[in-house]
Design a protein around this ligand. Sequence first.
Ligand code: ADP
Ligand code: MG
Length: 554
Amino acid sequence: MPEVKEFQAETKQLLNLIINSIYTHKDIFLRELISNASDALDKIRFLSLKDPSILQNDTELQIRIDIDKDNNTLIVEDNGIGMSYEEVIENLGTIAKSGTKNFLNQLKQAQSENTVISLIGQFGVGFYSAFMVAKKVIVETKKWDQDKGVRWESDGTGTYSVEECEKANRGTKITLILKDDLDEDENYLDQYKIQELVKKHSNYIKYPIKMKWEEEVEAGKQKITVKILNSMVPLWNKNKEEITQNEYNEFYKEHFYDWNDPFDVIHFKAEGTTVEFTALLYIPSKLPFTFFSKDYKRGLNLYSKNVFIMENCEEVLPDYLGFVKGLVDSPDFSLNISREILQKNKQLKVIRKNIERKILDALKSKLENEREKYVEFWKEFGKVIKAGLYQNIQEKEKVQDLLLFESSTSDKNMVTLKEYISKMKEDQGNYIYYAVGESKDIIENLPQMESFKEKGYEVLYLTDEIDEFLIKLMHDYEGKEFKSISSSNVKIDEKFKEKEEENKDLLQKIKEYLKDKVKDVRLTDKLKESPACIVSANEAISLNMEKTLKNLEQ
Ligand code: ADP
Ligand code: MG
């Protein structure tokens, strides 16, 4: 008797959302199932590198798609690693990822279908997307080291059933009983449609994706062959000139769980004397919503001559560029490379340096040549880059030219530090002025801004919490020191010393009146229309920074 189980509460919610909220992107279910099959094949291939005998006589790793028009079903089958009874329950009955709650909340708040889709893509709810097109899904699977198979079945509503079953071959067979109300262009029983989808989304899967192919050779005479639908040649081994932007983008979406096109693609071969490698790198256009959580995995995938060896290798990617996705293929990697070896590997250091330089160059080039796109990128990733710079301040030269700020004179394209100093006024001294506040509006209304505006000095607006900490740590840019317009010693005229002396009594009175509330009361020439303003007594810390630090303590 099959065991009937309830989906975990979060899974139920998620299924509900997937089934009911996505109407236009159903096609992607096939890519998800193929990519799972490919992952399962990678796993068995990896095991077989150490012990080839575990493949037994089922050695040609492959994916099969079968169309069964009579029964209205589509089948995706692999001879990959398979799943045990417990693994089936664990993998298909629950969403194990710890960010699920957070993810669901974001989903519920999502305003548009595109946002929903992009969130789902990042989260990788892959398998469940089958329920967008199927009224029932049956999974039959056998793990490579087990005698019995497992059968899982569900209609995607509240429950699923599991039971042991007989299965001859290793691997997983997924049967979709298609919904009756699919549109005409969603005919997943049409061989041409399936071929089109595989070519579009799964062309570079490195295992053959095979399907029975029917052709009319003469009137009324059918010929049936088995066709391999994908090209299998890894994209990164092709010449750049032969690759279209679209192919790059599809490859990215296929491999790195994103529904959005990337912001930039970097593809290069290094044939230096020390180490030879090919890298295909992607800068995403949207910050993954898990980025700041421990669910987010940094690093690049490693291949050796097209053979996958490791996922998310952090050693080849500087930490502060952790949002970059991609892969490195080098004939110098050994197949059974371990994390411990990686940490000591000199070649990896060389590769990492190369990769870092290429990414920074690419970003600079975007900044210089496609400013508007770069501004959009900056709005997503600026925080991450600033945090990175903060942590690597000793290497600030590398990154400081990538920074953008809003300022008192900037337009929607914002301003770089280089642009700032090129616009500095002659009598401005050696200072880059900045003001700190929660928003542009708040800063523009600071009393201290008045005299800066009058003199025509540009003032950078620091609106991110990290900004001021970063600016303090940077200290200067090209020898021009950063100076807050609110710090108490922004240069005061000599004449003022006299005035202060004249008004000593008045100042003293105010000070006594305000007693513990202020440290000192002074005259200033920074104000034009407002009668008074508050400044930070401590030169090193601004009012805002004090606020932030207080928040941190709580
Ligand atoms: P993801 O691929 O991001 O892990 P999915 O929802 O696509 O998420 O799949 C969930 C899990 O189910 C996979 O991680 C894997 O462990 C298991 N799984 C899915 N399809 C297969 C398959 N064809 N063979 C083996 N395991 C699979
Ligand atoms: Mg998947």
